[in-house]
Ligand binder design. Structure first.
Ligand SMILES: NC(=O)c1ccc[n+]([C@@H]2O[C@H](COP(=O)([O-])OP(=O)(O)OC[C@H]3O[C@@H](n4cnc5c(N)ncnc54)[C@H](O)[C@@H]3O)[C@@H](O)[C@H]2O)c1
Length: 249
């Protein structure tokens, strides 16, 4: 068997770079799909990965990027995503649609473009990065939770359709991650403490925490895991009853 190959979308972002590094550490040749720009070139050079500029919402551009990669990847990670947060009453419809387009339709475009070759070959692993917002909705986040819940459901459909051809499709739901789109939020020390203390594991998560879980689902160690939505959040999404006072008897 040759070198394992992987593509990571949003590969120049914080979580994307950590995922790429984890896959490279496991011996993969990695291509980073992200919007064209210095950030992508710098990330690719620093990691020893290949820069594959493409907007994930643009199907021909994604197909051209995969063509440049030159192999049907063994692993495809749909990590590209945007967080455009606003109340539903205020969110412009263009923003609502754009968020669905990148987070949901973009993931579909990349997954299908890679799955065609994976299905024909009879092997492959796809990992979709969602959010705990897919499960427990954060207020004021507009169409973000709907985009991620859609991706979680789409993960199941892909597993059903492509599983019989040897392709596994799973999702990871990151919790409070001190990186990427949440960086401005956690720049506030009071917010960091409040959020970290609310997590049963008593800390915010890191990009590396997500990368390790993705690397596991992408690997043969997870060869019988298919259609699963794995929450990686230090337990915060199951901690509702610890947040509420107990009624004294
Ligand atoms: N950071 C968190 O707290 C957190 C929590 C839950 C889920 N997530 C998810 O993790 C993923 C990675 O986010 P991050 O926090 O590393 O943010 P980030 O902004 O650092 O990375 C996102 C990357 O996606 C790229 N991207 C955006 N639109 C694109 C498009 N149309 N085509 C190609 N690439 C595009 C960006 O250029 C960027 O490099 C996202 O899907 C996000 O929703 C993050």
């Amino acid at each position: 068997m040759g070198v394992r190959t992987a593509i990571v979308t949003g590969g120049s972002g914080d979580i994307g770079r950590a995922i790429a590094a984890a896959l490279i550490a496991e011996g993969c040749r990695v291509g980073l799909i992200d919007l064209a720009g210095d950030a992508l070139d710098t990330a690719a050079e620093a990691l020893g990965a290949e820069a594959l500029p493409a907007d994930v919402t643009d199907e021909p551009a994604v197909e051209a990027a995969l063509e440049r990669f030159g192999a049907v990847p063994d692993v495809a990670v749909n990590n590209a995503g945007i967080g455009r947060f606003a109340s539903l009453l205020d969110m412009p419809i263009e923003t609502f649609r754009h968020q669905l387009d990148v987070n949901l339709t973009g993931a579909f475009i990349v997954a299908r473009a890679t799955a065609r070759g994976m299905v024909a070959r009879g092997s492959g692993a796809i990992v979709n990065v969602t959010s705990i917002n897919a499960i427990t909705t954060g207020p004021g986040t507009g169409s973000y939770p709907a985009s991620k819940a859609g991706l979680a459901k789409l993960t199941e459909m892909m597993a059903l359709e492509w599983g019989p051809s040897g392709v596994r499709v799973n999702a990871i739901a990151p919790g409070f991650i001190d990186a990427g789109i949440s960086t401005p939020f956690y720049a506030d020390a009071a917010v960091r403490k409040l959020r970290g203390d609310a997590v049963p594991s008593r800390r915010l998560g890191t990009a590396e925490d997500i990368a390790q879980a993705v690397a596991f689902l992408a690997s043969d160690r997870a060869s019988y895991v298919n259609g699963h939505h794995m929450v990686v959040d230090g337990g915060v999404s199951v901690s509702l009853l610890t947040q509420l006072p107990r009624v004294a008897k």
